[in-house]
Write a protein that binds this ligand. Sequence first.
Ligand code: HEM
Ligand code: SF4
Length: 420
Amino acid sequence: TLKLHDVNQTSFQSALDNVRNLVGSPLAGIDDQEMVDTRPITNALNDLISLDKETGKRGNPVYGNLPRKFNIAVSGSRDDFAHTHINDIGLQPCANAETGEMGFNVVLGGYMSTKRVAESVDMDMWIPATVDAAICLSEAILRIFRDEGSRNNRQKARLMWLVEEKGVETFKAEVVAEMDSYKRKGIPTHYPSQKQSTEPFERRDLLGVHAQPTEGLFRVGVHVPAGRISVDEARAIASLADSYSDGEIRLTVEQNVILPNVKAEKLDALLAEPALNNDSRLGVQPGNIIGNMVSCTGAQFCPLGLIETKAPAERIMKKVDARVEVPKQLRIHWTGCPNSCGQAQAADIGIMGGPAKKLNPETGKMVAVPGCQIFVGGTIGESGHLSLEPYKKGIPIEDEILVEELVEIIVSQFNGKLKH
Ligand code: HEM
Ligand code: SF4
């Protein structure tokens, strides 16, 4: 049997004060709007971080003990599927106005936590979209962060705090000096961030069936409710991939699956597969309310969770879907506590575990019950902004109450229409 490491997968360094899993574009290489194929870059960054240069094996002490955890996102198109604005390093594709060369504007310091939620700041730097440049930049930032980031207070240890302590300009100057000191060829460090095209652009849909640039090939986005799959469902997806997409499966940050390179003549057969129809949880047309829902691990398995998330999300979203329809895809995110792994602040509607009170009819007293606060209006993509203040607080996590609240928000804020 193949081991994970033989197929370039690893669970090493996926937690603790490490660089977490790299995020790239789920449409890399199959996209007519692609600006950068993120795959070689994310693979090389993954090797930089998790491969021990001396032994050639996974598990790398060089970046194994950072001041705090660290995320890198490499975006491949104007959709920003990788969510650069909430990662410690975000690479946003943009051509150089002077040379025409494709490259990245660099943004820094985005993160979420209980104490603070921060959007990235512009580093005012452009680098070419090459593996060498992305490695050089990341190495320099990680070296400075590792050696100079604060290790005194874990609440103030993420990269943003170091950037703020030094000031963005000084931080940038130090990164540039570090990069230049490596004396690698062909990596210009003097360009400020470049202007992004102002042509109108609409962020694209990852679910459902979409033609690829190559005639006769399609990508098929499959919805996985709340990002949870059983062993049987995982095997079913693997079989679909073997039969229809040359064994390839792509994962999206919305916790869904894409089967790429499906041949036109096989599309109907794929769409008729039992694994995607009838009472299967998986499907290709989940609709606008359910399709882009996201859920964190939640209290069932996470020691920090204040509420359960995945099971209630799946159940409650179905009930909401039965009550209301919306003209556009809605992004509804569930997160079990203010650490916001489910990124409630980036969602159209974000549900975050928190305290609530409810009247006990027998005693006539208010009692503490599991509850949530709801964020509304976070945006993603090119001009993405987080919604930092809750729209509502202290709502008990009970199906009827929450369904009513969500239906009301969808109707009043997102042009929802009640179904009859
Ligand atoms: C694959 C995606 C993710 C999974 C499965 C996940 C899961 C978890 C779990 C299980 C914990 C609790 C760890 C413990 O036992 O202490 C945790 C902690 C935490 N997560 Fe996530 N998470 C994910 C993504 C994210 C993202 C995207 C963010 C930020 C937006 C985030 C922010 C945090 C924070 C702030 C904590 C508290 C502990 C710490 O800061 O290290 N997580 N996560
Ligand atoms: S947001 Fe969810 S997964 Fe993250 S720490 Fe809280 S309960 Fe756990």
